[in-house]
Design a protein around this ligand. Structure first.
Ligand code: OGA
Ligand code: NI
Length: 331
């Protein structure tokens, strides 16, 4: 079957190309709700406390939430509104933007990597490059015009990278310097209500290939789950919060101290769900190499040095739920 978008289409049953084999289903009844994803208040005046909380969260879990993060509520509300509007466009309008070529800088697509995967995922997504904005905004569909959101999220991402750098005992700017002039992509994910949510995923288990991800979750409908100690846990949306997770590049740069954790999105029978993921990505030529001098440690580097371009190419040449892509870069 030719893959095409699923938003706005009525399905009475799940098409077979979305049905996972029995051994690879979400087993939703076994998923516990996670009440203790750390919620870090970035409005707190004690910067050293923030750094400590971020460090602890990155070491223990790889996921945390931030509140009082400085991204104005109006911009958050607006991007969600615009996203809803976009996915309610007619099929004809949407298909004009459809592409399954990952190298495109603006495209509507579906599932994950439709050319490579054997089973599809119950998701449509609009993927936009967002840095530099002046370069990419002209090609955006006119509806999602929320570029202020992108610049605010970028500033937040830098602030978090500085805190992460300090939490590792490095200079504040060290991580940012290694990552170079960072790219920024946004995936506006739309997960339609699904006739059989037990049989499929919105996104199967994956780690993010970039440096840092800042996710805005729909407040009404949960769906994000992360793997902790071998168990899938649901990350409940928290009002006003972003969910932040460490991507593969920060795992590599921290020499494995901070984890790029497996996560997935599940779907549900009654309601559609939206999420807006902002990805900060090293520049293509960034040389990803863990500092040789982590204080008082001298651990050998787990991963060989590589450029981000090399990594990204490898990531997209695979299926989403294969082994951790970083495994392929071990020394
Ligand atoms: C992603 C992602 C989770 C979600 O886009 O990489 O993990 O809840 N999204 O949509
Ligand atoms: Ni992800």
């Amino acid at each position: 079957m030719e893959p095409r978008v699923i938003s706005g289409v009525q399905f009475s049953s799940l098409p077979t190309s979305y049905i996972r084999p029995e051994s690879d289903r979400p087993k939703l009844s076994e998923v516990a709700e996670l009440n203790n994803v750390p919620i870090i208040d970035l409005g707190c005046e004690d910067e050293s406390l923030i750094i400590k909380q971020i460090g602890d969260a990155c070491r223990e879990f790889g996921f945390f939430q931030v509140i009082n993060h400085g991204v104005p509520k109006e911009l958050v509300d607006k991007i969600l509104r615009v996203a809803h509007e976009f996915f309610s466009l007619s099929m004809e309008e949407k298909m004009k933007l459809y592409s399954d070529d990952p190298s495109k800088t603006m495209r509507l697509s579906t599932s994950f990597n439709v050319k490579k995967e054997t089973v599809h995922n119950w998701r449509d997504y609009l993927r936009l490059h967002c840095y530099p904005l002046e370069k990419y905004v002209p090609e955006w569909p006119s509806t999602p015009s929320s570029f202020n959101y992108c610049s605010e999220v970028r500033q937040l991402g830098f602030r978090l990278q500085e805190a992460i750098s300090e939490s590792l005992g490095l200079d504040k700017d060290r991580i940012k310097n290694v990552l170079g002039e960072q790219g920024q992509h946004m995936a506006i994910n739309y997960y339609p209500a699904c006739p059989e949510p037990e049989l499929t995923y919105g996104l199967p288990a994956h780690t993010d290939p970039n440096a840092l991800t800042i996710l805005l979750q729909d407040l009404q409908v949960a769906g994000l789950q992360a793997l902790k100690d071998g168990k899938w846990l649901a990350i409940k949306p928290h009002p006003g919060a972003f969910v932040v997770n460490i991507g593969d590049q920060l795992q590599a740069l921290s020499n494995g101290k901070y984890k790029s954790v497996w996560h997935r999105a599940v779907v549900n029978a009654d309601k559609e769900r939206l999420s807006v993921a902002s990805f900060l990505c090293p520049c293509d030529t960034a040389n990803i190499s863990a500092p040789k001098s982590f204080p008082a440690e001298g651990d050998p580097n787990i991963y060989r040095d590589f450029t981000y371009a090399e990594y990204y190419k490898k990531f997209w040449s695979r299926n989403l739920d294969q082994e951790h892509c970083l495994e392929l870069f071990k020394n």
